[in-house]
Every structure is written in C-alpha cells, then in structure tokens.
Design a protein around this ligand. Sequence first.
Ligand SMILES: *[C@@H]1O[C@H](CO)[C@@H](O)[C@H](O)[C@H]1NC(C)=O
Ligand SMILES: *[C@@H]1O[C@H](CO)[C@@H](O)[C@H](O)[C@H]1NC(C)=O
Length: 403
Amino acid sequence: MARKSLCFLLLSGLLGYYLYIPLPDNMEEKMTVMLLAGTFRTLGHMAYIAELFGMKHYMEVLMLLTVMEKTEPTSDENISVIDTSFSNVPVRLYIPKRASDAQKRAVIYIHGGGWCVGSATMKPYDLLSRNTAQQLDAVIVSIDYRLAPKFRFPAQNDDVYAVAKFFLNKDVLDKYSVDPNRVAIAGDSAGGHLSAAIAQQLLNDPEVKVKLKIQALIYPALQAIDLNTPSYKDNADMPILSKHLMIHFWNEYITPDRTLGEAMWYNQHIPSEAADIYKFVNWSTLLPNNLKNQHVYSNPDSASSDFIKKYPAILDTRVCPLLSKDNELKGLPKTYLITSMYDVLRDDGFMYAERLRKAGVEVEHAHYDNTIHGVLLFNVWPLDLKIAHHIQNNYMRWLNDNL
Ligand SMILES: *[C@@H]1O[C@H](CO)[C@@H](O)[C@H](O)[C@H]1NC(C)=O
Ligand SMILES: *[C@@H]1O[C@H](CO)[C@@H](O)[C@H](O)[C@H]1NC(C)=O
C-alpha cells in the first residue's frame, strides 16, 4: 500500500514537473494552458524522436493531431455541410438551409497549421465554420489546401488562390445565392498569412471582377525576414508555437534544406544587397513603445548572396506580405486583425496593422494581452479555454457588423 502511494506520489511529481511551465501572471486558466502545452510538447518530442530514428518526418507525426480531430461532413437542422472541390482543391462548404429571398454573405476560410498540418475537417475548425454559418446566415468555404513537406510553396498559395478565384465569380456566387458585394476572406496563423497574401494578389488580377469586402487575419505570420523581433525573443518558448517550431514551419514551407532554418535561427538569411527591405519590417519604427520592451533594434546580419539565389521565395510578397510597398497595400479591403501578447507572431500583426493604416486601409486591431498563439483552436473539450470563446464572439460580432 505504502509502496503504491509512493509510486503514485512520484508519478504525479514527475507529471507535474513535466507539465509545469512558468506562465505570465495575467494568463487565465493556467492549468488548461499547461495541459495543452504538455500535449503539444509531447507530440513535438515524439516527432523529434521518430525523425531521429528515420521512422517518420517530423511533420507527419504532428499531423497525428489533425487526423485524430477529423470530423465527417455532418449537416444539422440549420446548415448543410458538404465536402466537395472547387478548381480541383478540396473544400468543405457550410450552407445555411434557412430559405430567404435576400442574398447571403460568404466567408472564404483558410485554416492554420504552419503550411504543414491542420485541416478544414478538424473539430475546432469545423465548429468555427459551423458557428459562423449559423450566426451570420452565411456560406462558408473552408479550404483543404495541400501541405508541406509533400507540397511546398507555392502549392499552398496556388490552392487557396484557385479556390478564391473560382468562388469570386458572379455565376458561382449566384448558384449559392451569395451577394458579390459581401464576401470575406479569413484565416488563422498560416491561414491568416495565406489570406493576407491572397487579398494582395487579388488586387492585381484583372480577371477577378468580384472584390473582397473585408479580410480577417487571426494571429497571422506575415514575414520571414526578421525572426528576432521583440515578440520572437520574448515568446520563444511560449505554448503552442515556439520560435523553433515557427522557423521549422518556414523552413518546410520553402525547402527541405535545413540550412535555411539554421540561418533563420540566427537571423542570417538575408543578403546585404537585399537590405533595403528591412524598412518594411523595422519594428523599431513600426511597433508601439510598450512592445519594444527594452529590446534594441539591429538590422539582421546579412548572408551571402548565394543563399537567397537558392531560396528566392523568401523575398516573394506571397511568402512575406509585409514586403509589399505602401502603394501595393492601398486598396486592400477593410481589415480585422487579431494578435495575442504571448505569441512569436504578435509583432508581425502589429507591423502590418501600422503599415495598412499608413496606406489608408481601415483596420480594426483586436489585441489580447493575456493569451497565446492558436487560442481559437481551444474551443472544444477537454482543451477548452474561456478566452477562446470570448475572442471568437468578438470576431463574429465584427464580421456581422462589417460584412
Ligand atoms: C438552429 O437554429 C435555431 C434558431 O436559430 C437554434 O435555436 C438551434 O439551436 C439551431 N440548431 C443547431 C443544431 O445549431
Ligand atoms: C530602423 O529604425 C530605426 C529607428 O527609427 C533607424 O535608426 C534604423 O535606421 C532603421 N533601419 C532600417 C533598415 O530601416
């Protein structure tokens, strides 16, 4: 008996030690955050070991979570849910059943997962799209684009662009009774990145006559030029997206060659000839003072020019939407931008908000100072956070008021 209790104590001690991570004072529901951090960390360790022993690619192991959370397309009394494809790209459609003469609104939604994992069919995304369809009486097109490492840039971008282009067509919108003046694009994390890139690309496509009314960018990644912004430094080990994992995602999106990721880690991947782009991501001028947090700005260390010749994608505005010039940002749709305080990508969002405003784009920036990256995923038991519902409700209200 005593031995059993001792074992139990030891095990809970070990588990507690494993799960415990220091979290900022103002973060709520710390136990749940630690539990979800532990889940993601365990998966990361498994992925690392599986790759070390040559069993599986790191990202294939992370993909387990996506597979575990897969849902079938399930219609309910209000919404028809259909898996189909637009332009040969799989999409999950949510179509309100309510009969009405008025045309509906629509949201093109792009899920997150670092261009490597995630799916429109995952429970948290399925629920988000379902709720959006229900609350806005809107058609939702949730895109299952191709993922790395099997497919790399520009496959992800090509897929979401193809779907957006297919859908933003009067005949197609007519078929779904959607008002061409009321279509949004939205996405979180890598999906926010793809949304921002697509919204920019659409401005320059004369074949697309229907314009987006709004874009909603939820903790998006927007640049891979300076990976030493204050948010990358301050939140390098925050759940669920460490600096290490974010760089791994950038690396896999662009190339299997891990020397890119290593150079990115030391911020030594941009050659000196390209240094004139630093001004587009200069956090010293683009961030509010309270976020600079005693960090001192220095330009990234320059790399040899051969480096960028190998990976020209890094300087592509489809990879780094923040590299677009002011006059290229002009004309972008009204923007809702969500950032989290304890997120490596926080400063990308702040810098984009500032640059969009300067270019004359209307921006509503919802910054949450007590939460982490990816928080909207935690809307279902057992990893269910109150703040996720709060953020989702505000997002839904903004969509309803502005779309
Ligand atoms: C369907 O819509 C009605 C009215 O808005 C609502 O009360 C009900 O809960 C909805 N059903 C589902 C399954 O969401
Ligand atoms: C970044 O901003 C700082 C402060 O405004 C300035 O001193 C520095 O020259 C800028 N660097 C670049 C590359 O724009």
